[in-house]
Every structure is written in C-alpha cells, then in structure tokens.
Design a protein around this ligand. Structure first.
Ligand code: ADP
Ligand code: MG
Length: 232
C-alpha cells in the first residue's frame, strides 16, 4: 500500500515537473518562430519551410506532452449526440481523407452521452487520422455505432490498412511508440486517457495486413443527465 502511495506521489511530481517544462518551452518557441517568419525573405525558402515545420513539430510534442503530464480534467460536461459529434469530426477530416484517397463512411446509430465534447473530438480525430494513415493507397474508413449492452454504446473506427503486429498491439499506448516516419506516438496514449476519464474503454483489434478496428465503449446518457448541450 505504502509503495503504491509513493508511486502515485512520484507520478504526480513528475507530472508537475513535465507540465512546468512544457510551459517554459512554449514561449521561446513562439518567439523563435516569429523570428524565422521575419527572416523568411533572407533565407532559402526551402530551409525556412523546414525550420518552421520542425518548430511546429516541437510545439505539437510539447502540447501533447503537456496534456499527458497534466491531463485536463473532464470539464464542460454536456449531453452530446454520437452522430452529430462524429459528423463534425468527419467534416473536419474530409480534406485529409480526400488527400489520401480515403472515403469516410458513417453508419452511426445515435445515442446521447455525457462528455467533454472537445476531448472526445480529439479522440475521434486521433483514431480516424491513424486509420487514414494506415492506408497508403487509400480505401474506406468505416465509422459505426451500436448499443453494446444495457448501459454502454460502442463506436467503431474500422480501416482496411496495414494492421498492427501482435507483439506491437500489446504496447499501443506507450509513449513515443510510433512506426511512422513523422509520427510522435502520443496520440493513442491520449485517447486511452481521455476515454478512461469518461468512464469508458478503448480497445484496439488488428490483424497484420488486414486492417484495424478501434472500439470506444462509453456510457449512454440517462434521463437524469439533462439536456443536450451545444458542442464546441
Ligand atoms: P502516431 O500516429 O504519432 O504514430 P499513435 O499513438 O497515434 O502515434 O499511434 C502509435 C502507433 O500505433 C502508430 O505509429 C502505428 O504504428 C500504430 N497504429 C495506430 N493506429 C493504427 C491503425 N489504424 N493501423 C495501423 N497501425 C496503427
Ligand atoms: Mg496518431
């Protein structure tokens, strides 16, 4: 018991420290980015583009790391519609899908559920992006929802992509566990965390060379949970 307490306290301290560092890195980063933009005309445009891209990459890592180190509490809770939320995300990702020759097919049965809409959107964006990125020559990403049991609904994101080897499947959600050239490997970790914070479960099933299915299980809203909130 003592050991567990100590471990929790240690984790908390590491989290605080990491969050502090992440905050401190953000400001100089913004400054340097500003300078690079100012110098745009005087340096090789290709070099300039690369520098800005790398700065964005640092910013993204810092942001995602900050979220992990200090996960935002689930706030701004409201009753949302699964179909509406999914639609918002697929609309957002449409250009990305088209770029990758991917068709997003939604077959959602609607359920009301209580969530922090921005956080759930972040999860869906991460999962659908992973699905798109798993299909190098394009294909179909299917998104469907159905009632799983008395209290839970399931939301599935299915791709026919490269799949994940069994030994890697067990390690999904570990930080910086990425197989992509430009990947960061924090996306799934954040997804697991957010869904857990919403009293749900995220499961990834995959077969190498066949495709991957990500399933989110979340509680269906009960009548006492109140009115549908506007999302955003
Ligand atoms: P990133 O996308 O930055 O690599 P993620 O945490 O989102 O980080 O994913 C971690 C790794 O899990 C990916 O690099 C990839 O190898 C594997 N992965 C995740 N989703 C899929 C998927 N739908 N199909 C195949 N591999 C996947
Ligand atoms: Mg990802």
């Amino acid at each position: 018991k003592d050991e567990l307490l100590q471990k929790t306290e240690k984790l908390r301290l590491v989290g605080e420290l990491a969050a502090g560092i992440a905050h401190e890195v953000r400001n100089p980063l913004t400054t340097v980015k500003g300078f690079i933009q100012l110098l745009q005309r005087e340096i090789d445009p290709h070099v300039c583009k690369l520098m800005l891209q790398e700065m964005d990459r640092i910013a993204k890592i810092v942001d995602e790391f900050l979220f992990l180190a200090k996960p935002k509490p689930v706030n701004r809770l409201a009753v949302q519609s699964v179909s509406a939320l999914t639609r918002q995300v697929t609309d957002l990702l449409l250009p990305e899908a088209i770029l990758h020759n991917v068709q997003l097919v939604c077959e959602t049965e609607d359920f009301p559920f209580v969530c922090d809409a921005n956080q759930i959107k972040q999860v869906l964006i991460n999962l659908i992006k992973n699905a798109i990125e798993a299909m190098p020559i394009g294909g179909i990403v299917k998104i469907r929802s159905y009632q799983y049991n008395e209290t839970l609904f399931a939301l599935e994101i299915i791709d026919g992509g490269v799949g994940i080897a069994p030994d890697r499947l067990d390690r999904l959600g570990e930080p910086f566990f990425s197989q992509k050239e430009k990947g960061i490997g924090l996306g799934l970790m954040i997804c697991f965390k957010i869904i857990e914070n919403h009293r749900g479960r995220l499961q990834i099933d995959s077969e190498l060379g066949q495709g991957t299915k990500a399933t989110i299980y979340l509680p269906i809203a009960q009548p006492a949970d109140g009115q549908t909130g506007s999302s955003g």
